[in-house]
Design a protein around this ligand. Structure first.
Ligand SMILES: [Mg+2]
Length: 133
């Protein structure tokens, strides 16, 4: 037991799916600096591959406009996977797509953020969803 208090809790793992390299880089850099383990994918098909697999994820951030499959299609797919039933999903989208917001929540999104988003706000919502205080 000695030394246990000095161990860090296991890193929470986040899937970041966005086709824009600069957005991925901003998200990954920020989330890693905030203590998360980040896996980046560049399109909807790759996101589905990751989530269909049994590797552990604590949360997924899905851009809507991506090649292969949209973030909403990935969300719909994820909600059909028994082993991802409770996975928190945050949808990211460009400004002014109100129909997207409705569709995202109807498909079971836990949160919805419009780009450009405040990293602080994103982090607060991620902490809420993952249960970090
Ligand atoms: Mg995009």
């Amino acid at each position: 037991m000695s030394g246990q208090d000095h161990q860090s809790p296991p890193q929470k793992r986040i899937l970041v799916a966005d086709d824009e390299p600069h957005i991925r880089r901003i998200l990954a850099t920020f989330l890693e600096a905030s203590g998360f383990d980040v896996v980046e994918v560049v399109d909807g098909a790759a996101a589905m591959d990751q989530l269909q697999d049994t590797s552990h994820y604590d949360l997924a951030l899905l851009d809507i406009m991506m090649p292969e499959h949209t973030g909403l299609e990935v969300l719909d797919f994820v909600r059909g996977l028994t082993h991802r039933k409770g996975l928190p999903v945050v949808i990211l989208t460009a400004k002014g797509q109100d129909a997207d917001r409705e569709a995202a929540f109807r498909l079971g999104a836990n949160d919805f953020l419009t780009k450009p988003f405040s990293p602080k706000k994103l982090l607060a919502r991620i902490h809420d969803l993952i249960g970090i205080s």
